[in-house]
Design a protein around this ligand. Structure first.
Ligand code: VGL
Ligand code: ZN
Length: 208
């Protein structure tokens, strides 16, 4: 069975020192490097916003990160400016073995809608091409790790299930933002309820 690893948003802005730092986010880098060789293909996603993206608090007068607004009819949690196209913050982290990455998919380029999932925007209106690419490559099973558990990892995994892929979540390879306590725990439960299998890197090396 052909399998793919999806590395979600392992970018400078999501690790300590970055604009939207995920606590301990950098600790997953060696894990990604260690397991890449176990997969037929390795995909990376990149959050890739224009500097005036509507998910940035800076674009809404009097608003702060953590506030909630309506963006084009959808509820939007506001963030600090992050992952602006072609900036250092948007780059994949140094130390990640990028030569082993088969293909990169960008998301969040349209200013009026956010895109947590690597497959679709938050309204499921436009896709990034990732789903078709995986199907063209005859990928049946995907394993997901990256940042952040409670946002982009979660929505990528849920969309993978919607598209019919056998989907694994690599438990040591994820870290979350935890805007609210227990968000990561809840996110993992939601993924499991949708048929995502939580696995460990040990299972992976044995099974694939
Ligand atoms: C993400 C918040 C805003 C993520 C992206 O990669 O999880 N979170 N943009
Ligand atoms: Zn973003």
């Amino acid at each position: 069975m052909k399998n793919a690893l999806i590395l979600v948003d392992i970018q400078n802005d999501f690790i300590p020192g970055g604009a939207l730092a995920v606590p301990d986010g950098d600790s997953i880098i060696p894990i990604a490097n260690k397991i890449m060789g176990n997969f037929d293909i390795v995909i990376a996603t990149q959050d890739w916003h224009p500097s005036n993206h509507g998910s940035f608090a800076s674009q809404h007068l009097g608003r702060m990160p953590g506030d909630i607004v309506k963006l084009n009819g959808l509820t939007q949690l506001l963030w600090p400016d992050h992952c602006i196209q072609n900036t250092k913050g948007a780059k994949l982290v140094p130390g990640l073995n990028i030569d082993q990455i088969t293909k990169i998919f960008h998301k969040g380029m349209e200013k009026d809608i956010d895109s947590y999932s690597g497959f679709y925007d938050n309204a499921w209106k436009k896709d990034t091409g990732l789903g078709n690419y995986l199907k063209q490559q005859n990928i049946e099973q995907i394993s997901i790790m990256g940042l952040a558990t409670d946002y982009c990892v979660k929505f990528t995994a849920l969309d993978a299930r919607k598209l019919g892929f056998m989907t694994n979540l690599i438990k040591e390879g994820i870290r979350g933002v935890e805007v609210n306590k227990k968000d990561c725990k809840k996110a993992v439960a939601e993924m499991e309820n949708a048929g995502v299998k939580v696995i460990s890197t040990n299972d992976l090396v044995k099974k694939l």
